[in-house]
Design a binder for this molecule. Structure first.
Ligand SMILES: Cc1ncc(COP(=O)(O)O)c(C=O)c1O
Length: 175
């Protein structure tokens, strides 16, 4: 079969060894064989990302958007908790759509596409709004190819005791 090169943001090309592994005979997802496989996979994902035993990986069988929605919709226990969204591209806008659908109170720092946020603005919003529970942002904004300053925002999130949600689709394992 002729291989096509994909240059689109989103779908990635599948390597032949992965494609061949998919030819494995079907197994039942309620069997102990599957449980063992799943647990092994969870451990391997942590190893891949240099995470120790204090971390736990959760595999979502869905799209990247489904994974983002799963996490964002699970973080808010009270209607008073706010999210600070830092957005500067299509996938930041998609996070906003999810946040709005779940009616999570939101503060937003949005800069024009491909423009990094001003960290002083981020810190000021955090200082003035102690009811922010979560900071959300995209690592690699695939729509523009821009890398956001997640390390710096992560430090602020630690300083102010916030949960830091990062959409790392198209960045994880590449950074
Ligand atoms: C940064 C980022 N977030 C979210 C998504 C959405 O992923 P999916 O198309 O699997 O829902 C993509 C897809 O390209 C992405 O690059």
């Amino acid at each position: 079969m002729k291989k096509q090169k994909l240059f689109s943001p989103g779908p990635v090309m599948v390597e032949d060894n992965v494609r061949k592994a998919l030819l494995h005979p079907d197994i039942c997802h309620r069997s102990s064989e599957f449980e063992e496989l799943f647990q092994k996979l969870q451990k391997k994902i942590c190893t891949l990302f240099g995470a120790d035993d204090s971390y736990y990986s959760l595999v979502i069988s869905g799209s990247g958007t489904a994974a983002n929605e799963t996490v964002l919709s699970s973080l808010f226990a009270s209607s008073h908790d706010k999210v600070l969204l830092i957005s500067n591209g299509v996938f930041g806008e998609r996070l906003e759509e999810i946040i709005q659908k779940y009616q999570i109170p939101m503060l937003k720092i949005d800069t024009p596409w491909a423009t990094p946020p001003d960290l002083k603005d981020v810190e000021q919003v955090l200082r003035e709004n102690p009811d922010i529970k979560v900071i959300a942002m995209v690592f690699h904004e695939t729509s523009t190819g821009m890398i956001n300053p997640v390390h710096e925002v992560g430090e602020l999130s630690q300083k102010y005791g916030k949960i830091f949600f990062v959409d790392s689709i198209s960045a994880a394992a590449g950074q």
